[in-house]
Design a protein around this ligand. Structure first.
Ligand code: HCS
Length: 398
């Protein structure tokens, strides 16, 4: 029981759903269950629980009440039936894929994804007899031919890391369904406040909760959302038997705290990021700016059809290329050079040398990840201060 009265919005649900203080001695904030195991009342109860004849908590690798509340809240925000919390975004992806594919299967993956996700598909899962096909998911005509090869699973991010390409979730989900493939979407860049892939037909959503869901750069976590049946399978195989990559109860608590301000934070991220994208576009030292809601962005219409905001990521190339990009990063003072995104702090990095260094230079060239692209994750500082830092950096390197 919780105190939701029905008809409530996402900000309210992220704060109240699934929790009644009366069940926890009136504690307004849900407690952290720091326990590795759970006592059965009787030996018979223990045996029945292990046999699946009785539900209940057994052992902390697979389930914990603090995680369970987080799972319920993120599943609800994503309009999914059930959720599963894991130790990182990569844990969420690997547990999902390793549960759903087997040797001999094909997996169809968009060619531009986060570097370690790419490396998992390109270099790791291929060692176990799974064939991985990388394709340009923005080119739906050529994608048809790849779907004809009967993939068991389809994976993409939208917007894609680092160059915010937009993938048509409705169309790719429909193509996956027609091919009998499970469609998995990494929704990390948008969060469920901006985009809900399940509502557009995807089967599973994965998140790095390290980013916007946690929101404060102080934890690592991952979440998977899908049908109750899928999540049951991923919990029991991918989490419990294969990866063991459990989210700590403390990190579940921190992500629950982050969720309380997710809606507010996303609005601020989107509004500052759009302003910075517009500011950068008008600067003579900038060659190209990529931001989904920027007037002139090639896929803006598609972005508007599935996202309610552009997110926090602004990627750009400077006149003068990679050298100028590196000098610009070094000239920033308030904005810190770090990978990760979705934090309160604005972060900047060079994907070709950092988050996407797992791609070879040839792969980056073939897949359209420019060597001189700079990726900015716009944080929650005052916009004027960010613009000042950016302008100061341009003056320094001019
Ligand atoms: N997925 C994060 C971690 C980088 S190593 C990012 O910044 O894209």
């Amino acid at each position: 029981k919780d105190n939701l009265l029905g008809g409530t919005g996402p900000a309210t649900r992220a704060i109240h759903l699934g929790y009644d203080p009366a069940t926890e001695n009136g504690a307004l904030t849900p407690p952290i269950y720091l326990t590795s195991t759970y006592a059965f009342e009787t030996a018979e109860d223990g045996v029945a629980t292990f046999a699946g004849e009785r539900t209940g908590y057994v052992y902390g690798r697979a389930k914990n009440p603090t995680q369970a509340l987080l799972e319920a809240r993120v599943a609800d925000l994503e309009s999914g039936e059930a959720g599963l919390a894991l130790a990182s975004g990569i844990a969420a992806i690997t547990a999902t894929v390793l549960t759903l594919v087997k040797a001999g299967d094909r997996v169809l993956v968009d060619q531009v994804i986060y570097g370690c996700s790419y490396s998992f598909f390109a270099n790791q899962i291929t060692r176990f007899g799974v064939e991985v096909i990388f394709a340009d998911f923005t080119d739906l005509d050529s994608l048809e031919a790849e779907f004809a090869k009967n993939p068991a699973l389809v994976f993409f991010e939208t917007p894609s890391n680092p160059n915010v390409r937009i993938i048509d979730i409705v169309k790719v989900s429909a193509m996956s369904k027609a091919a009998g493939a499970v469609c998995v979407v990494d929704n990390t860049f948008s969060s469920p406040i901006i985009q809900q892939p399940l509502a557009f037909g995807a089967d599973i959503v994965v998140h790095s909760a390290t980013k916007f869901l946690g929101g404060h750069g102080d934890l690592l976590g991952g979440i998977v959302v899908g049908t109750a049946d899928m999540i049951f399978r991923i919990r029991n195989a991918g989490l419990r038997m294969i990866t063991g990559a459990t989210l700590s109860a403390f990190n579940a608590f921190l992500i629950l705290r982050g969720l309380k301000t997710l809606s507010l934070r996303m609005k601020a991220h989107c509004s500052s990021a759009l302003a910075i994208a517009e500011h950068m576009s008008a600067h003579p030292m900038v060659a190209k700016v990529l931001y989904p809601m920027l007037p002139g962005f090639e896929q803006r219409e598609l972005a508007q059809s599935q996202m309610s905001g552009g997110g926090a990521i602004v990627s750009f190339q400077l006149v003068g290329g990679r050298d100028m990009g590196m000098r610009f990063i070094n000239a920033l003072e308030l904005i810190k050079c770090a990978v990760s995104l979705g934090d309160a702090e604005t972060l900047v990095q060079l994907p070709a040398g950092m988050t996407h260094a797992t791609y070879t230079p040839e792969e980056r060239l073939r897949f359209g990840i420019p060597e001189d692209l700079v990726r900015l994750s716009v944080g929650l500082e005052d916009l004027d201060d960010l613009i000042l830092d950016i302008n100061r950096a341009f003056e320094t390197i001019a």
